[in-house]
Design a protein around this ligand. Structure first.
Ligand code: NAD
Length: 264
C-alpha cells in the first residue's frame, strides 16, 4: 500500500462488515488509516479485516450493536485507547427495517429502525466526541435520499424519519463541534448494490397504500441509477481526508441524479 490521504489516522466504521461500510473501511485502510469496525455480525467484519491485512493495512473488529449504549461506549474506547487517538468516525450501520402502512406498523418495529439508525448514530457520535476533541477530526453519517429528497417509498415511514433525523442531527453537531475542529457531514446515497435488502421486511398489506412510481424508460441516470459501494467509499474517504477541510454541516447526495428524477 502506498496510500497517503489518511496516513496515520485512526478510523471507526460502524457496519463495516458489509456494503458501504465495508467499502469505506477498505478505502480508508488502503489510504493509510487504522480501521476499527463495530458491527453486530463480527464474522463478516473479520473477513474485511483479513482483506485489509492482506493488503498490508491495520484493522480490528469489535462486536457491537450500535443501538446499545454500553457496547458503543466500550467499542469506541477500545479503538481509541489501543491506537492512542481517534480522527475519523463513519456512523454508517443501518437497516431498512419494516415497511408497512402506518396504522399496522408495529411500535416495536418503529423503535427498532429508529433505535439502530438514529439512536445508533447519536451513540456513535456521543462516545467518539471526547476522543475527537483532542486532535480534531471528521464525522461522516450515512443518511439516504429517502427522508431528504425522496418520499415515494410508501411504507418506509420509520426508515425515512430516521434518515431525516440523521441529517438534522448532523447539522446540529457540525455547529456544536466546529470550535474543536471536528467536521460533521452526511452522505445521502441512492440505490447502491449492497446486502441491505436482507434487512428489509415488507408487510403484505403494503400494496394497499403503495403509490407505484416507475422509472421512465431510457438512459437518464448515471450508471442506470445504481451505484457501487466503492464509489460511496471514495466519497467517505474524501470527507475523512484534509481534501474536504472546509466542508462541514452538509448532506452530500451520491445517487447519479436518481432523487432529482424520482423525488424532488
Ligand atoms: P448492508 O446491509 O450491506 O450493511 C449494513 C451493515 O451494518 C452490516 O454489516 C450489518 O451487520 C451492520 N449493522 C446492521 N445493524 C447493526 C447494528 N444494530 N449494530 C451494528 N451493526 C449493524 O447495507 P448498506 O447498504 O451497506 O447500508 C449501510 C448504510 O447505508 C445504512 O445506514 C443504510 O441505511 C444506508 N443506505 C444504503 C443504501 C443502499 O441502496 N444500499 C441507500 C441509502 C442509504
Amino acid at each position: 500500500m502506498n496510500g497517503k490521504r489518511v496516513e496515520g489516522k485512526v478510523a471507526i466504521v460502524t457496519g463495516g462488515g458489509s456494503g458501504i461500510g465495508k467499502a469505506a473501511a477498505l478505502r480508508l485502510a488502503e489510504e493509510g488509516a487504522k480501521v476499527c469496525m463495530l458491527d453486530r455480525t463480527p464474522e463478516e467484519a473479520e473477513k474485511v479485516k483479513a482483506e485489509i491485512e492482506r493488503l498490508g493495512g491495520v484493522a480490528m473488529v469489535i462486536e457491537t450493536d450500535v443501538s446499545q449504549a454500553e457496547m458503543v461506549e466500550n467499542g469506541v474506547k477500545q479503538a481509541a485507547e489501543k491506537w492512542g487517538r481517534l480522527d475519523i468516525v463513519f456512523a454508517n450501520a443501518g437497516i431498512n427495517g419494516t415497511w408497512a402502512p402506518i396504522e399496522t406498523l408495529e411500535v416495536e418495529e418503529w423503535d427498532k429502525t429508529l433505535g439502530i439508525n438514529l439512536r445508533g448514530t447519536f451513540l456513535t457520535v456521543k462516545y467518539a466526541v471526547p476522543y475527537l476533541k483532542k486532535n480534531g477530526g471528521s464525522i461522516i453519517i450515512t443518511s439516504s435520499i429517502n427522508g431528504n429528497r425522496k418520499f415515494s417509498n410508501i411504507g418506509a415511514s420509520a426508515y425515512s424519519s430516521s434518515k431525516a433525523g440523521q441529517v438534522a442531527f448532523m447539522k446540529m453537531a457540525s455547529l456544536e463541534l466546529a470550535q474543536f475542529n471536528i467536521r460533521v457531514n452526511a452522505i445521502c446515497p441512492g440505490a447502491i448494490k449492497t446486502n441491505i435488502g436482507d434487512n428489509t421486511e415488507k408487510a403484505p398489506e403494503l400494496d394497499k397504500v403503495d403509490i407505484p412510481v416507475e422509472f421512465p424508460e431510457g438512459n437518464h441516470l448515471l450508471n442506470g441509477g445504481t451505484g457501487e459501494a466503492r464509489q460511496v467509499g471514495d466519497l467517505v474517504l474524501f470527507l475523512a481526508s484534509d481534501e474536504s477541510s472546509h466542508i462541514t454541516g452538509t448532506p452530500i447526495y451520491i445517487d447519479g441524479a436518481e432523487s432529482l428524477l424520482m423525488g424532488g
